[in-house]
Design a protein around this ligand. Structure first.
Ligand SMILES: [Fe+2]
Length: 302
């Protein structure tokens, strides 16, 4: 296990010439994925009383597989108090720098639920529609990338509202197996551009250009910026990049993808280093409420 963590932490993923390190990392990641699929969520009494072993286990899973599912036995009685507790819980994982999001409360929490508010109209997260594969903040300016986030279920819909997750390093692994040229293309600084967008409130969100795979500045670990959307997106105008984008979209929707499926119940959540994720639709009249907080730093390594 410790050996797994070491191999995963120190893998030079951006240097595709290091064959021995690649094969060792590939085997370690596949082992970690099989393990993660078979173990239950990390259990905690409440977001405010997390024992050191549970905290360590969350960090370990995030170090080797970039996400950890948890289950909380007792929830605060309101969404607001749950949000405050979530912020305190996040700080124990080294997550302090929350994203300044237009829909966030002062503590950085965004409550995802169906909304008729004018500022949220037209944004799929605030509807009951399905959400396609993406990482969070893929449209952010390059200097403000989302490195991690927590999703915490306060209330689930009666049906639907299921999430699928894919560890970005497993997407890299599968892509490198398919064609190493695809990986190189996804590392280019202009691989994926999201054009400028006029927000509902009239402000302009500037165009966002950047790589799909990029290193976290402090640790060198692979981070990912991606959306499977096919409109309002410009892939780099070369054959390999276009092929790589097509391959990734198809892989994510195929049975080959290393996905983990969850239908969160109240008190369940996921801590993660901005993994690929989607969401199925749910019935339109629903009390479903999921709290989200995004950060500009990674979860502290175990
Ligand atoms: Fe998301």
């Amino acid at each position: 296990m410790v050996q797994n963590a070491n191999i995963v932490d120190h893998f030079p993923w951006h240097d595709l010439s290091q064959e021995t390190a690649w094969l060792a990392w590939r085997a370690a990641k596949n082992r970690a994925f099989e393990e993660l699929r078979s173990i239950p969520p990390v259990e905690m009494d409440s977001l405010d009383s997390v024992n050191p072993q549970a905290l360590q286990e969350i960090k370990r899973r995030c170090s080797t597989s970039n996400f950890a599912i948890y289950k909380v036995r007792h929830q605060p009685e309101t969404v607001e108090k749950t949000g405050d507790a979530l912020v305190r819980f996040a700080s124990k994982l080294g997550l302090e720098l929350s994203e300044d999001h237009r829909s966030a409360e002062d503590n950085g929490i965004v409550v995802l639920r169906t909304s008729a508010e004018p500022g949220k109209q037209g944004y799929i997260p605030y509807t009951s529609k399905p959400l396609n594969w993406h990482t969070d903040g893929y449209y952010n300016p390059s200097g403000r990338p989302v490195m991690s986030f927590i999703l915490h279920c306060y209330e689930q819909a009666a049906t639907g509202g299921e999430n699928q997750l894919v560890d970005p390093e497993m997407a890299y692994l599968a892509m490198r197996d398919a064609d190493p040229r695809f990986v190189r293309a996804m590392m280019l600084p202009d691989a994926m551009t999201i054009p400028e967008n006029r927000e509902e409130d009239g402000t302009i969100r500037p165009a966002s250009a950047g790589p799909v795979f990029f290193p976290h500045p402090a640790t060198g670990r692979l981070q990912m910026r991606y959306t499977a959307r096919t409109r309002s997106i410009a892939w780099r105008q070369d054959g390999v990049t276009q092929e790589a984008a097509d391959w990734l979209r198809q892989w994510l929707s195929s049975d080959d993808a290393t996905t983990c499926n969850f239908r969160f119940q109240p008190g369940d959540g996921v801590v993660n280093n901005n993994v690929l994720h989607n969401r199925t639709g749910f019935e339109s009249v629903s009390a479903r409420a999921v709290l989200r907080v995004r950060f500009h730093e990674r979860i502290t390594e175990a």
